[in-house]
Design a protein around this ligand. Structure first.
Ligand code: GUN
Length: 287
């Protein structure tokens, strides 16, 4: 068997096309959506990810604003930029690209972002809304994974979803979202992580596996139930290449598999645009 490819690039392109119409309508009302990004340092692939976010904005008619700070920026200087983004009416939503250099307090940074401009859905207020089931921006990678599975009619409701990883940006919010009583979710969710010996025991029972641990080659073909959907969301960086949490030969066993490149990444970026446009719609409705 060879798995159906969960083509995130194709699905994200459809999402962007739909957004273009919404953006054109907002521009006609005098509101051009604006996305901001703050990048600290030059390490790893973060700079490339941010550049792709700006390219997506341009393709969709969204204005983008960027601040690139040196790796040794002080907490005070970073907070000054955050205050400026909070106050700028042309920036509807923005993000501080994670991970941050170790000397910066990630929690304090996430708290400083105005919750109404939090495009990541990672501000404690928005994470609280997710826990409550209240409206708010959904974290982009979890929301993108739900959209991607739905685009390929992968059965999720009532099925067993195993989330590998408990990180703030993917595993933790995804496990909440997948368990919620809402269409395309409503699943039995198991969360496992690198502290659990014998991950294979849990993966073997999964109808859907989402690997989001950031540990290369964690999911082996021998672990996966034939026909299951496997989403490769976690990546790690060996200094030269981006490595996937999922071995390539999982494609021989799985029913669906997201590729290492062009799977979850484009969907995350598409959801970023969705959250930006929703924030701009709130601005337009308030004016
Ligand atoms: N780094 C990797 N993924 C993300 C994300 O979704 N948001 C932010 N802010 N940083 C990231």
């Amino acid at each position: 068997m060879s798995a159906i490819t969960l083509d995130g690039e194709a699905v994200a392109s459809r999402v962007r096309d739909e957004l273009k119409t919404t953006v054109a309508g907002l521009v006609a009302r005098g509101v051009t959506p604006g996305l901001g990004t703050i990048l600290v340092g030059d390490d790893g692939p973060s700079g490339r990810y941010v550049a792709m976010k700006h390219a997506d904005c341009e393709a969709t008619g969204i204005t983008s604003h960027h601040e690139h700070l040196p790796a040794d920026v002080s907490m005070d200087d970073l907070l000054t930029v955050i205050d400026r983004f909070n106050a700028d009416p042309t920036i509807d939503a923005y993000l501080v690209q994670l991970p941050l250099p170790k000397h910066l307090d990630e929690e304090q940074v996430l708290l400083a972002v105005d919750a109404d401009k939090d495009v990541d859905g990672l501000h404690p207020v928005n994470l609280g809304r997710l826990v409550m089931g209240a409206n708010g921006p959904l974290p982009c990678t979890p929301a993108g994974i739900v959209e991607l599975l739905d685009a390929y009619d992968v059965p999720v409701e009532g099925r067993h979803v195993v989330v590998i990883g408990r990180g703030l940006t993917i595993g933790r919010p995804l496990s909440l979202l997948m368990a919620m009583k809402r269409p395309r979710c409503n699943a039995a969710v198991t969360v496992v992580h690198t502290g659990v010996p014998d991950l294979g025991r849990y993966v073997a029972d999964a109808d859907v596996v989402v690997a989001a641990a950031g540990s290369a080659g964690l999911v082996k073909a021998s672990m996966v139930k034939p026909g299951a959907a496997v989403v490769a969301a976690g990546v790690s960086w060996d200094g030269k290449r981006v490595l996937s949490d999922v071995d390539d030969d999982v494609a021989e066993v799985a029913g669906w598999l997201s590729p290492r490149i062009g799977g979850v990444g484009p969907m995350t970026r598409a959801m970023l645009l969705v959250n930006t446009v929703r924030a701009a719609e709130r601005r337009a409705d308030a004016s």
